[in-house]
Design a protein around this ligand. Structure first.
Ligand SMILES: CC(C)(COP(=O)(O)OP(=O)(O)OC[C@H]1O[C@@H](n2cnc3c(N)ncnc32)[C@H](O)[C@@H]1OP(=O)(O)O)[C@@H](O)C(=O)NCCC(=O)NCCSC(=O)CC(=O)O
Length: 410
């Protein structure tokens, strides 16, 4: 019996402690510590450049119901069409952009007929359209950054529009002329919080790898979820009323090179939490009919009830809780009611979500890339910004992704 009362876990703990003690005291441990320090950046990561892109086909929201019921050959569903018309009018969206147009849809009756399998055809389109849209956004970010694409060291790509091996990341790296040694990471099926998740991952990479320059790209096409209306599936028309196509790209790095790089926002802290009892509130799955995504009626109410607690948990440890109106806010505009819930839940002044409302109005909900559009919009008004702000992603879980930012331009 060793002196631990016969408890094997305690015996293991004791032997680990002594191993750790001898390691930390050894010269090798100190060399390893120095190696790790040398690998890490000294300063926090910053957003160094932002780019966004949309496909060419623009549909005005006031015309959307006519367009949608015409292209899906369902004009006989008059009650459903008036309902979509009403929802569009109250959506606070003016227009949206789509990769698909009437010609593409007429060539693919399987995208409209719920009885026909359509995943293969959707995936074939996504395989080229998603990396090309991501590349359009990334080229703008690279141009603003001002350094050669080959100096990007890491690539993080997020999408739910398809899933391929190799993925969008490899095709995107080739379209942009990134170095073959670029370290690639794909994030699939993170829903609308994917842009915030990619930024969080980029911050960790940049801070843990000295001189890393991380390109993140999010791109989504609503085509993956496009289908005809059906009275038994009300959530279909909610998706059709809100979602549009877009891509956002951001370059992230620590210790900016002052002669070329101009940091936009310092990434102060990032966290993720879950709204309790809400995993049913935004649910998606890939099926033989494409992605089926169901945002529930309850999402706005769940956010209203829980957002202040989520922000207290994320910002309290930084001493930033409670003073919500002293911060700027880049909130994912999932829908008008989602923004109303965040505004009411945090008692924000009405101008605090102006950038999110502007992006919703101009583009609709482009899933994970939308928050990058909001960040881009916010930096255009940097003279009027408070020093500190919050990027807030909302996605299935319900997941709340929070990143505290410091405006470095003003
Ligand atoms: C869609 C809206 C613009 C509609 O606003 P309105 O002012 O017209 O009023 P409303 O809320 O009463 O809704 C109008 C009609 O649509 C119905 N309706 C509303 N939400 C619905 C839903 N999720 N599923 C099915 N039907 C729904 C209502 O019952 C009502 O039907 P009737 O007229 O028959 O009474 C708004 O409700 C909204 O913004 N909702 C939030 C949308 C959302 O969930 N976004 C998140 C997407 S996911 C996301 O961003 C992140 C992610 O998870 O990945």
């Amino acid at each position: 019996m060793c002196g631990n009362g016969g408890n094997p876990a305690r015996a293991l703990d004791t032997s680990r402690m002594s191993l750790l003690g001898s390691l930390t005291a050894s010269p090798a441990a100190s060399v390893v510590r120095q190696m790790r320090q040398a690998q890490r950046a000294d300063g926090p990561a910053s957003v160094l450049a932002i780019g966004t892109a949309n496909p060419a086909n623009c549909v005005r929201q006031e015309e959307y119901a006519d367009y949608y019921f015409r292209v899906t050959h369902t004009e006989h569903l008059t009650k459903l069409k008036s309902k979509l018309n009403r929802i569009c009018q109250r959506s606070a969206i003016k227009k949206r952009y789509f990769y698909h147009d009437e010609e593409l849809l007429q060539n693919h009756p399987e995208f409209m007929d719920r009885t026909l399998p359509s995943l293969d055809a959707r995936m074939d389109i996504a395989a080229t359209a998603v990396p090309e849209l991501a590349a359009a956004a990334a080229r703008k970010a690279l141009a603003e950054w001002g350094r050669p694409p080959a100096e990007i060291t890491h690539l993080v790509v997020a999408t739910y529009t398809g899933a391929h091996m190799p993925g969008v990341d490899l095709r995107l790296a080739s379209l942009l002329g990134l170095d073959p040694s670029v370290r690639r990471t794909m994030l699939y099926m993170n829903g609308c919080s994917s842009g915030s998740a990619a930024l969080r991952v980029a911050k960790d990479i940049a801070e843990n790898n000295r001189d890393a320059r991380v390109l993140i790209a999010c791109a989504e096409l609503a085509l993956i979820n496009f289908r005809a209306p059906d009275e038994a599936h009300m959530d279909t028309i909610i998706f059709q009323a809100l979602f549009g196509d877009g891509a956002g790209a951001v370059i992230v790095g620590a210790e900016p090179n002052g002669s070329v790089e101009r940091p936009v926002f310092e990434m102060v802290a990032a966290s993720q939490s879950i709204i309790p009892k809400s995993k049913h509130a935004a649910v998606g799955r890939l099926t033989e009919h494409g992605l089926v995504f169901n945002p529930s009626f309850e999402m706005p109410a769940l956010i209203l009830k829980n957002i202040e607690q989520s922000m207290n948990d994320a910002l309290g440890p930084l001493g930033l809780n409670g003073c919500w109106n002293d911060l700027f806010w880049a909130v994912h505009p999932g829908g008008r009611a989602i923004l109303d819930s965040v505004e009411a839940g945090l008692q924000l002044e009405s101008n605090k979500l102006a950038a999110s409302r502007h992006v919703l109005s101009e583009y609709g909900n482009m899933s994970g890339s939308t928050v990058i559009f909001v960040l881009d919009e916010i930096r255009r008004h940097e003279q009027a910004l408070p020093d500190m702000g919050v990027l807030l992603g909302l996605g299935p879980g319900l997941t709340v992704e929070t990143m505290v930012l410091r405006d470095t331009l003003s």
